[in-house]
Ligand binder design. Structure first.
Ligand code: ADP
Ligand code: MG
Length: 306
C-alpha cells in the first residue's frame, strides 16, 4: 500500500467539521478562525522507546498522541479545534495503521478536534507528532505567569498513576487502572475551560508535579510551599507501592496530564475534582513540607526503585 492509499483509507475520513474550508487532500488545509477568538497552537511528539515502549498497542499510541496535545490546549484554557499529524513508520502492516487511526479518532471525536492534514514518511522507528490548534476568547488564555503571593496551589485528579503504571509494566506486572492512566490519559479540557478568568496561572503536569510547578512559579516570579501529604493519590497507587514510593511517583513521575494551577480560593469555589496542596509565597523556591519538615524531591523526570 502506498502512502496515498494509506492516507485515503485510514486518515481521510472526509469529515466536514466546522471551520474547515479545505481539509485533507490539498497542499494545505484552509481553516476559518472564529471571530473574536485567539488561536493557541501546540505540538507534541511521541518517539518509540522514549515516550512509549516498543510493544505498546497502536491504538493506544494513536489515542495518546492526541491526548498529550489536548492537555496543553487544556492548560491554556482553549477549546480544541483542528490538528495535523506527522507520522513516521517502519513497515508495520495495515492492521497497525488501522489500529493507530482508530485510537487517534477515538480521542479526536471525544474531544471534538478534527484532523485536517499531515505527513506520512518511512523511518526506522515509530515517531508520531500532532500539531493542534485551539481557540480561546481574545486576551483570556490561561498562562503560567500570573501566580500571586497568597494564592492557593491546586492540582486536579490524582498524581503519579501513569509513572507507576509504566513502572509496573516494566516489572511484568499490571494494574488495569494504573496502566490506563499511562496509556489513555484524560486531558482536562473541561477543567481548563472552567479555569479561564478564575485561575491566576495554569500548567499541565507532563514531567512531574514538582518540576512542572517549579516552571509555573518561575514564570510568575514567585515561590511556593506545598504539603506533600495533601497531594492526591489514587487507591491503586497506594496499594501497589509503599508511601515513600507512592509520593515519589506523585511528585516526580511524568505523564499525569493533570492541571496544576494557582488561584484565590473564592475564585475556584465549586469546581470539582481539584485539591489544594499549598500556597504561593514571596521568593523563588518551591519548598516541600512533609509532616511540617522540609523534604527534597529531585525533579528529574525518571527514577527507578531498586
Ligand atoms: P504534499 O506532498 O503536498 O506535502 P502529501 O502527499 O504529503 O502532500 O499529503 C497529501 C494530503 O494528505 C495533504 O493534504 C496532507 O495534509 C494529507 N496527509 C498526509 N499524511 C497524512 C496523515 N498521516 N494524516 C492526515 N493527513 C495526511
Ligand atoms: Mg504539497
Amino acid at each position: 500500500m502506498d502512502e496515498f492509499e494509506l492516507i485515503r483509507r485510514f486518515f481521510d475520513r472526509g469529515d466536514a467539521a466546522p471551520g474547515i474550508v479545505t481539509g485533507i487532500g490539498d497542499d494545505g488545509a484552509v481553516l476559518d478562525p472564529s471571530p473574536g477568538m485567539e488561536q493557541v497552537q501546540v505540538i507534541d511528539t511521541l518517539v518509540e522507546g522514549v515516550h512509549f515502549p516498543a510493544d505498546t498497542d497502536a491504538s493506544d499510541i494513536g489515542y495518546r498522541v492526541v491526548a498529550v496535545n489536548l492537555s496543553d490546549i487544556a492548560a491554556m484554557g482553549a477549546r480544541p479545534r483542528w490538528m495535523t499529524l506527522a507520522l513516521t513508520l517502519p513497515p508495520k502492516g495495515e492492521q497497525w495503521v488501522e489500529d493507530f487511526a482508530s485510537g487517534l479518532f477515538e480521542a479526536a471525536s471525544e474531544f471534538d478536534v478534527a484532523l485536517v492534514g499531515g505527513d506520512t514518511t518511512n523511518g526506522e522507528i515509530v515517531v508520531a507528532t500532532v500539531h493542534m490548534t485551539g481557540e480561546v476568547s481574545a486576551g483570556s488564555a490561561s498562562l503560567r505567569s500570573g501566580a500571586r503571593v497568597g494564592d492557593t496551589i491546586f492540582v486536579s485528579g490524582t498524581c503519579g498513576d501513569a509513572a507507576a503504571g509504566l513502572e509496573l509494566s516494566q516489572r511484568d506486572m499490571s494494574d488495569a487502572f494504573l496502566a490506563q492512566r499511562f496509556l489513555r490519559p484524560r486531558p482536562r479540557v473541561e477543567l481548563g475551560a472552567q479555569l479561564v478568568g478564575r485561575a491566576s496561572a495554569v500548567i499541565d503536569v507532563s514531567d512531574g508535579l514538582v518540576g512542572d510547578l517549579r516552571k509555573l512559579l518561575e514564570a510568575s516570579g514567585v515561590g511556593g510551599e506545598i504539603h506533600v501529604d495533601r497531594v492526591p493519590l489514587s487507591t491503586a497507587l497506594t496499594e501497589y507501592f509503599d508511601s515513600d514510593e507512592a509520593l515519589q511517583f506523585a511528585l516526580t513521575g511524568g505523564d499525569d496530564y493533570e492541571l496544576c494551577f494557582t488561584a484565590a480560593d473564592d475564585d475556584v469555589a465549586g469546581i470539582d475534582g481539584i485539591v489544594a496542596i499549598g500556597t504561593v509565597v514571596a521568593g523563588a523556591d518551591l519548598v516541600c513540607l512533609r509532616n511540617g519538615e522540609i523534604v527534597e524531591y529531585d525533579d528529574s523526570g525518571y527514577r527507578h526503585f531498586a
